[in-house]
Design a binder for this molecule. Structure first.
Ligand SMILES: CC(C)(COP(=O)(O)OP(=O)(O)OC[C@H]1O[C@@H](n2cnc3c(N)ncnc32)[C@H](O)[C@@H]1OP(=O)(O)O)[C@@H](O)C(=O)NCCC(=O)NCCS
Length: 194
């Protein structure tokens, strides 16, 4: 079950330019999330989600085998502060985005895109052919991000969220067939070289 129960409230949303985003990309690295990161990740989640995951829910992810989950955090180069996170569940032939969030001052700087690209590349590395997620139909920021990645809307789950809002279901097939999305091309190439 997907858990993209989010509303975007970025202070900088829609006002920064892409060149500023590129500058931020150079300042952020991705690394696997560790159990010690859970408190900070839960704090970002609190400002990102209308019904946020609790710290213990994040901590519970570390009780699952590594073969079933993959979580990343985005950290500021040279400082180490966590400014974003994302995770997927690993199914038989499909990955599902479980959660994704970027701290408010870091939004619209390419961090969410970097996280998604890396998670999708990891799904391909694990021989999964597709990635799926649910997102609130009102969450335009996230929807535009997924569409930029080349994901497509394949349906709607009525009343999916606790407050009754519908979820849009987004899907990207063919991860193992080649790269159809320019936004994924560089990451997938790197993934294949590993
Ligand atoms: C959705 C979210 C993760 C995006 O992260 P981000 O780091 O701000 O996104 P990026 O800077 O990588 O944006 C990549 C693309 O997404 C789209 N996008 C992201 N935020 C947007 C906004 N506020 N307005 C319009 N488009 C937006 C744009 O297409 C953008 O590309 P561009 O900057 O070249 O126009 C972030 O807004 C967030 O944490 N929101 C709250 C949590 C959430 O909704 N999670 C997703 C749940 S399914």
């Amino acid at each position: 079950m997907g858990f993209c129960d989010k509303s975007s409230r970025g202070r900088f949303d829609g006002v920064e330019t892409r060149s500023e985003a590129r500058r931020a990309e150079a300042l952020v690295n991705l690394r696997p999330m560790g159990a010690d990161d859970v408190r900070r990740v839960a704090a970002i989640e609190m400002v990102s989600n209308r019904s946020p995951w609790s710290e213990s829910l994040f901590a519970g992810e570390f009780c699952l085998p590594e073969s079933r989950r993959h979580w990343l955090v985005a950290v500021v180069v040279g400082v180490g502060d966590i400014v974003g996170f994302g995770g997927i569940s690993i199914g038989v032939d499909e990955a599902e985005v479980l959660n994704l969030g970027v701290d408010v001052p870091w939004r619209r700087r390419g961090v969410g895109l970097q996280l998604c690209q890396a998670l999708i590349a990891e799904a391909a590395n694990r021989n999964l052919d597709s990635v799926l997620l649910e997102v609130r139909v009102s969450n335009q920021s996230a929807i535009l991000l997924y569409e930029q990645l080349g994901m497509r809307s394949i349906g709607r789950r009525r009343g999916y969220y606790p407050d009754g809002e519908d979820a849009a279901v987004y899907w990207m097939p063919g991860l193992l067939d080649g790269v159809s999305s320019p936004a994924l091309a560089s990451t997938a190439k790197e993934a294949r070289l590993q």
